[in-house]
Write a protein that binds this ligand. Structure first.
Ligand code: ADP
Ligand code: MG
Length: 341
């Protein structure tokens, strides 16, 4: 979620394409840049307004700690009670479950209690110390997954008490997909919806492809850039988004469900694939898989384009991603290209 990335897109658009309309809205807790090529100003204004209200509606609906539908459902699920929700929430959770299953539950939206225990269900960042090891172990032992839920009509039925849902690793991607669907329904076929550096593109910028940047995880500026083609999403998860340092050690917001601790071996993961929801969930899963295990999980998720930056800032790439990426740092980082077969 890099602000720099959207500025980069904005800069490119201004320089190169007079037919690009650039609108910025505040939604989903971040800045969302909507770039639309070749539409008239009235259509752009209507589309931007629609996207703004839809992003905000879904943000509230699925927020982990701010009183929306998912928050209310969590109050019941935690007690082992069924919860009635809207159909769109059921459909969203079913998609999340499919990705969670494919990731071997490294991406696991049922570990809300762990995320909350680490203090990340709050606007303010926690300051440490980390939670007591015994409390972490107690939650890990429960090993909740979305498979502990049954969906029946508009009801979520838990198989046992204690589950808290947290779709923070997925909802933004899912909302970006929805935004693109809305644009297409309005006849807009050349656009990019960039939610704080996580984006999906459709069409092109006239005769040029959209071009986007990927933020450097440890310094200001870009690590790399790439062209995105029709119907491609680029999502990054990183240990720099939400974290605190305690006794010199970084404790970030992406939790390994197997240990209950922040994923220790990755700094950031960028995924390119068609749908934003899968790209979002997959980037979280691969952060946790880390530099030793990411190829296995990438295969299980059907990924082709992956870039993983490890804690030494070495860059692991699939061959397809290596071909697309242009590094924006000098000297270029050490790269390791790993095949997925
Ligand atoms: P970013 O905030 O960098 O886009 P992610 O998309 O990976 O990162 O989302 C991180 C958020 O997902 C956390 O703030 C938390 O709410 C939630 N989360 C943390 N660990 C997991 C996990 N293992 N599976 C699913 N969601 C997680
Ligand atoms: Mg994610």
């Amino acid at each position: 979620m890099a602000l720099l990335v959207c500025l980069f897109v904005a800069a490119c658009s201004k320089d190169e394409a007079p037919h690009v309309h650039q609108e910025r809205i505040v939604a989903f807790g971040t800045l969302v840049d909507v770039s639309i090529y070749g539409a008239d100003a009235d259509d752009v204004a209507t589309a931007t307004e629609k996207l703004h209200s839809e992003f905000n509606r879904r943000h509230t609906l699925w927020h982990a700690w701010k009183g929306g539908e998912l928050y209310q459902a969590n109050l019941l699920l935690r007690e082992g009670q069924p919860a009635k929700v809207s159909q769109e929430t059921i459909v969203m959770l079913q998609k999340a479950r499919a990705i969670s299953d494919r990731s071997g539950h490294l991406f696991n939206p049922a570990i809300g209690s762990l995320v909350a225990l680490w203090g990340y269900h709050a606007d303010e960042l926690p300051t440490g110390p980390p939670p007591p090891a015994a409390e972490i172990a107690k939650l890990v032992k429960k090993s909740f997954t979305l498979d502990d839920l049954t969906f029946s009509g508009n009801e979520i039925i838990p198989r046992r008490p204690g589950i808290t849902l947290d779709v923070g690793a997925f909802a933004k991607g899912y909302a970006v997909d929805h935004a693109i669907d809305l644009l297409r329904a309005m006849g807009i076929n050349n656009a990019i919806v960039n939610a704080g550096g996580d984006l999906r593109a459709i069409g092109s910028k006239g005769d040029k492809a959209w071009r986007v940047g990927i933020r450097h995880p440890r310094q200001t500026g870009l690590l790399a850039s790439l062209s995105v083609h029709d119907n491609e999403s680029v999502f990054t998860s990183g240990d720099y988004e939400r974290f605190y340092i305690h006794n010199g050690k970084r404790y970030h917001h992406i939790i390994d469900p197997r240990t209950g601790y922040p994923a220790p071996d990755s700094t950031s993961v960028t995924i390119l694939r068609a749908d934003a929801a899968t790209a979002d969930g997959s980037s979280t899963a691969l952060m946790i898989a880390g530099p030793k295990d990411w190829t296995r999980v990438a295969k299980a998720l059907g990924l082709e384009y992956v870039m993983l930056v490890d804690t030494e800032l070495n860059v692991h790439l699939t061959p397809a991603m290596a071909e697309r990426i242009k590094f924006e740092v000098d000297p270029k980082p050490v790269t390791v290209i790993e095949t997925l077969d």
